[in-house]
Write a protein that binds this ligand. Sequence first.
Ligand code: NAD
Ligand code: DAU
Length: 350
Amino acid sequence: MKNLLVTGGSGFIGSNFIRYLLEAPDFSGRIINIDKLTYAGNPENLKGIESRFPGRYVFEKTDICDAKGLEGVFAGYQIDAVCHFAAESHVDRSIARPDDFIQTNIVGTFNLLELARARLGAITLFHHVSTDEVFGSLGEDGYFTEETSYKPNSPYSASKASSDHLVRAYSKTYKLPVTISNCSNNYGPYQFPEKLVPLIILNALEGKPLPVYGDGLNVRDWLFVLDHCEAIWLIMKRGRRGETYNIGGNNEIRNIKIVEAICDLLDRLAGKPSRMESRRELITFVKDRPGHDRRYAIDFSKLKTELGWTPRESFETGLEKTIRWYLDNREWVDRVRSGEYQAWMKEQYG
Ligand code: NAD
Ligand code: DAU
């Protein structure tokens, strides 16, 4: 992988992945990051990276829905591998306005696959980063395996499911060398504060209500973002071509427990706010998300057995690192919360 195209590299997971990979002892290639820089993409996430790694990182502002623009990038940088993160990623936004999810997640992925197909032989790998949400919702028991049938419930997960199917089809039909990973909920530094963990951290810091959807008993499986990055790189290096790998944290937690844990950690790290026994007093149950999936849980034994991966970070240490990062990076927070963010918060939470 001499010239690795990373799509959506200025978002949350993409930027963590680029930093992780440039420091990895077993990657010596160049990364070409293409990103449209939507509200979720932020050049500051990779500030100073060109000078820290001279000649090894290039940024091109490109929309994956623009096939012509993409073609210029593939030809201009002699792309030989792709790691595809770019997507519209927030479920609530997909419920409010699905259009961009269809365009970016489906048509954008198709454009990338077509360019890879035009270079069959030169492209050594197309890795597609996907989600456990494609499998739908679990009851009290059971786990998603790689064999679980797809049953997406939101426009977001339906669009990701569609992109997974396209990637698989290009592998079968055109023999494009692909790998796919389906991962559970990530948390960590640089996450845009529309997602549960950073939203609750910032609201709790500022004494604002902490919105918990429905009864707060929905379960997610939480994974620290750098553990996800490590798993992706392992799959890219050693995963069997044409295969899918589930990635999870072995960390099933109810939403209300996450919110309470953040409150308690913040009370310890930032001090209790005046006139309050605990930040838990800010918890506010609000209207449920339509079609809200009840429980996700991942069986990642394939990844463990074949490639030896297990998550390194415990939820306690990962959450503390994350909270400290938000406390230490107030300028980043202030900047991402200007303009568009305010409009979204008003639309979603009133
Ligand atoms: P994010 O929303 O933080 O970042 C998405 C990035 O894609 C942004 O930089 C954005 O500017 C860019 N982008 C959006 N539309 C684009 C377009 N048309 N052309 C080029 N760039 C575009 O998302 P994230 O949380 O970092 O997720 C990255 C990937 O990982 C997504 O594919 C998502 O489905 C998947 N995933 C996320 C999680 C999670 O918990 N966040 C879990 C599993 C899988
Ligand atoms: O499972 C992987 C998926 O995890 C990724 O594919 C998505 O890109 C990512 O956004 C995430 O989806 P979720 O919908 O699970 O994440 P979110 O942070 O939006 O919500 C987590 C849980 O918390 C979910 O059950 C909804 C609930 N929630 C969320 C918000 C924003 C609340 O109770 N209140 C909130 O304000």
